[in-house]
Ligand binder design. Structure first.
Ligand SMILES: [Zn+2]
Length: 442
């Protein structure tokens, strides 16, 4: 196992079209990234796996896609207007900005080295403010949402009255959120624009104590069993009294061993009835739930599972990355993605371009498109083409050679083992599907 560094991940992402710095030709925009052809596919695959896990494989979870722009009172109710701040200092010499809690204010500036040049700390709200309508004044100020969860709370009553769900039930949402981070670092780990996958589980007060461990287990299972992350790269971190929000009963983070160390990937939080109660107070609207069987009226408690989709992408890349010595002096870079999230599932390669092999392979690639994300590559030596697919994490390569023309069999090569087997074309789809179902991470 080679050491996985952030530099290696960033370099591979740029080289192979996973992730680019935003606005690169203008010098880049700090904390913003573009997902290239392979990156957007990887991100969508992880999103789809999560959506399927939540909506399709669990009872009583429905989806939602709330607006990024919301009424400004939402963020007063949620506490973001008054509390969602970081203490900030500026270096008077070089104008660099730092989080006061992340640097030693008595030490020299980490950028220019000048001493004693920091401004006094002041609180800086992390929400991006903008204006709606033609007038630019305080009354027109709105925010880009800093989290997706509030859209779920605000629509709670709409979902209950329109979709016949009964407590306990969940509302799941994937979408973009925005935070004006003072210090962005570690590539896509902390960016100003990011994507979240959140589910709020509404349950009867008291039953949250059973649901909390249930959702913790479900979420860890997703990473290990559904998208094939190494269990030894995942761990739990329970929030201590100093980390816990004042309204929260309990909170655990799933941490992943990123190249820069253990960091939060997802939070599973027991949030009580805090958010719905706040919205009832601020909106003046009744947020209670009427149990149709017992006629009890209450504001449900919430267990939240809140994952970073863009952090999931960084996790998938870091967990999959390896450099393997194939033979003396021959090292291959390989991404061991689980086949369910790999941007390309099957690459089809003619051994040579001539004698009808390219035409056969191209036709086969078209036929496979209905079942898999495919890629066709006819240029270069076959060994080099395998390596290109290894580097982007393609789990299966199909090679069309001269025997294919006679007996309609192809070589199926497995990325992880580099093993090659001969398979009749008629059995190819079933063979690949079975291999994906039985896939075990190396
Ligand atoms: Zn400075």
């Amino acid at each position: 196992m080679a050491e996985v560094t952030m530099d290696k991940i960033v370099s591979l992402c740029k080289r192979r079209g996973f992730i680019f710095q935003s606005s690169e030709i203008y010098g880049g925009l700090n904390g913003a990234y573009d997902y290239g052809p392979l990156g957007v596919q990887l991100k969508n695959n992880i999103r789809d796996a999560w959506w399927k896990e939540m909506i399709q494989l669990h009872d009583n979870i429905v989806g939602l896609d709330a607006s990024i722009l919301m009424h400004p009172r939402v963020w007063e109710a949620s506490g973001h207007v008054s509390n969602f701040t970081d203490p900030m200092v500026d270096c008077k010499q070089c104008k660099s900005r730092f989080r006061a809690d992340q640097i030693d204010l008595n030490a020299p500036c980490p950028v220019c080295g000048n001493k004693g040049t920091f401004t006094a700390p002041r609180n800086f709200n992390l929400m991006f403010a903008t204006h709606i309508g033609a007038d630019v004044d305080a009354a027109s100020t709105i925010y880009l949402r800093p989290e997706t969860a509030q859209g779920i709370y605000v629509d709670f009553k709409n979902v209950v009255s329109s979709s016949r769900v009964k407590v306990p039930f969940g509302i799941a949402q994937v979408g973009k959120s925005f935070r004006n981070e003072i210090t962005t670092k570690n590539f896509i780990f902390r960016s100003c624009e990011f994507e979240q996958m959140e589910m709020q589980w509404f349950c009867k007060p008291g039953t949250d104590e059973q649901w909390f461990p249930y959702w913790r287990e479900q979420r860890m299972n997703f990473y290990v069993n559904r998208i094939g992350i190494h269990p030894e790269h995942l761990r739990w971190h329970q929030h201590g009294p100093d980390e816990l929000a004042f309204y929260a009963k309990d909170a655990f983070d799933i941490q992943f061993l990123f190249p820069m160390g253990w960091q939060e990937l997802e939070g599973v939080h027991s949030r009580t009835d805090y958010d719905l109660t706040q919205h009832q107070k601020f909106s003046g609207k009744d947020m209670t739930y009427l149990d149709p069987e017992t006629n009890e009226k209450y504001i449900p408690y919430v267990v939240e599972t809140s994952a970073g989709l863009t952090r999931n992408v960084l996790m998938a890349l870091s967990d999959a990355y390896d450099e393997e010595v194939v033979a003396e002096g021959d090292i291959r870079t390989v991404l061991h993605f689980h086949p369910s999230i790999a941007p390309v599932t099957v690459a089809v390669l003619p051994l040579v371009k001539k004698d009808g092999l390219a035409e056969y392979a191209s036709k086969l690639e078209h036929e496979l498109r209905d079942d898999f994300a495919t890629y066709y590559d006819q240029s270069g030596a076959i060994g080099r083409r395998y390596r290109r697919q290894d580097e982007i994490g393609t789990p299966y390569c199909v090679t069309v050679d001269y025997d294919t023309m006679n007996d309609n069999t192809v070589t199926l090569r497995f990325r992880d083992s580099m093993e090659q087997v001969r398979v009749p074309v008629s059995e190819l789809v079933a063979t690949i599907k079975k291999a994906t179902k039985d896939y075990k991470r190396v």
